[in-house]
Ligand binder design. Structure first.
Ligand SMILES: Cc1ncc(COP(=O)(O)O)c(C=O)c1O
Length: 457
């Protein structure tokens, strides 16, 4: 390997090598046998043992020496590796401190009922089959999901149209694989969820970022920018990250465009169960079930480490989504699917949603109350009545990333939104999650946060 012996060079006899190294001859014989088996040595009776001459054609890369692992700078990485490495630095979980966005209330999810039920269900043979399971998901869970979204979200579907995923992140990726091809034009909101834009970039789509205003995505602007786009990726019930719902007029305009152009709408309905005033807006899917692919997740209403979500696809796309699911990782863990199906069937899911809606509503009120009258000039809370976070707009010219860094240094976590725009820095703002923290903790965190808000101009 070091090149001290060249192909064709003769090795000493096993006897003399053993003597010179002071080891037993058996050890040397074993080593020679191993090297012969690997094709490094040739041995011919009467001709002794030589370094294999076949190695002349293809020199062995030297290994084990300091020069063996080239420096990262010297390796020309494929563009996809560069892009994906950047994603690994972007999609990182927030620490469990105020104001982390996706953290559910501690002790509430997963709760004792979930744990007890989980222990019971996981102990059954059905929950841990020895074979692969259906890529579409277990029938019980698909049926429970279909019933839940029909009743609570006005989604029009049968259990057969539900494909269980490991969360909306995977659903977005599957939609990008099934509905469009590399180079196709698509719409995404501006600003948008970084987990979505990472998927669209990875799939090498031509993404047109369509601005949102107080009614949600500006469909007329989308039509002006890319009338023939093949798909629109949207968050209609609670625009991510800003927070407004898509107005009824815009819903109709979006569906009208999709139907006229045979384009698809991908509806990311990530936290629609958590609406605090009046009834949630029904899902877009209910207005156009054959043009909309609906994505739901249990990350917000249960907990994100569960890694379960679902795609609801028009009947004629179900098999394609099943195939996309199968080539990713075949299927979600069967045991967790059975636990969740039982949790839903026994009514625990419904009562859990009612409970957290009440709790999160209190926490949200406490946060808004603590902030009111204390926001520095030029800061404003974006009106919204849903989800697990609020958004504070900062004065133009503020560096929201720097404020987030200062907050981190004092034990808080904030998500700056200026980088979620297509042309960073976009309008500065901070996302504040409230679901995971008791009211006293939120109030204390606001005391620490307020002095930072007027800085970094
Ligand atoms: C808008 C939006 N879409 C999708 C996701 C991904 O959810 P999941 O955990 O189901 O992959 C999130 C998670 O925070 C989100 O905020």
């Amino acid at each position: 390997m070091s090149g001290a012996l060249a192909p064709g060079d003769r090795l000493p006899s096993t006897r003399s090598l053993a003597a010179s190294l002071g080891i037993s001859r058996g050890t040397v014989v074993e080593a020679f046998d191993q090297l012969r088996a690997e094709g490094v040595l040739d041995a011919k009776v009467g001709a002794g043992t030589r370094v294999a001459s076949a190695l002349e054609d293809e020199p062995i890369a030297s290994i084990g020496s300091a020069s063996a692992s080239p420096k990262i700078r010297e390796v020309r990485l494929p563009p996809s590796a560069v892009r994906l490495a950047a994603v690994s630095r972007t999609l990182v979980p927030q620490p469990d401190v105020p104001f982390a966005v996706a953290v559910p209330a501690a002790g509430i999810a997963p709760d004792d009922a979930w744990r007890r039920l989980g222990n019971r269900v996981r102990a059954t043979a059905r929950a841990a089959p020895a074979s692969y399971a259906d890529p579409f998901g277990t029938l019980e869970l698909r049926a429970a999901i279909a019933e839940h979204v029909r009743r609570s979200r006005g989604v029009r579907c049968e259990a057969e149209q539900v494909i269980v995923t490991s969360g909306t992140q995977q659903g977005l990726y599957m939609a990008g694989r099934v509905l469009v091809s590399r180079g196709d034009a698509v719409w995404a909101e501006d600003p948008a969820y970084p987990g979505l834009t990472a998927v669209l970039d990875d799939l090498e789509l031509r993404t047109h970022r369509v601005p949102v205003d107080d009614q949600g995505i500006d469909v007329a602007r989308g039509v002006a920018l890319a009338p023939a786009a093949r798909a629109a990726f949207v968050t209609p019930s609670h625009q991510y990250p800003v927070g407004m719902p898509l107005s009824m007029a815009r819903r109709q305009a979006l569906i009208g465009w999709a139907e006229r152009n045979q384009a698809w709408i991908v509806e990311d309905d990530y936290d629609s169960e958590l609406r605090y005033a009046g009834h949630p807006f029904p899902a877009l899917q209910g207005l156009s079930p054959s043009r909309v692919v609906y994505l739901g997740t249990f990350s917000k209403v249960l907990f994100p480490s569960l890694r379960l979500g679902y795609v609801i696809a028009p009947e004629f796309l179900v098999d394609a989504f099943g195939g996309a699911r199968a080539i990713l990782d075949r299927h979600s863990p069967t045991a967790e699917q059975h636990v969740l199906a039982a949790y839903m069937r026994e009514g625990l899911f419904e009562s859990h949603i009612r409970r957290i809606r009440g709790l999160y509503s209190e926490r949200r009120e406490a946060l808004l109350d603590a902030l009111s009258s204390r926001l520095p000039e030029g800061c404003a809370v974006q009106p919204s009545d849903q989800g697990m976070h609020i958004l504070i707009w900062l004065p133009t010219g503020t560096d929201d990333v720097r404020i987030a860094e200062s907050a981190q240094a004092i034990g808080l976590t904030l998500r700056p939104i200026s980088r979620m725009y297509c042309d960073p820095p976009g309008r500065p703002g901070l996302m504040l999650g409230f679901g995971g923290f008791p009211t006293e903790r939120l109030r204390a965190a606001v005391d620490d946060l307020v002095p930072l808000l007027g800085t970094a101009r």
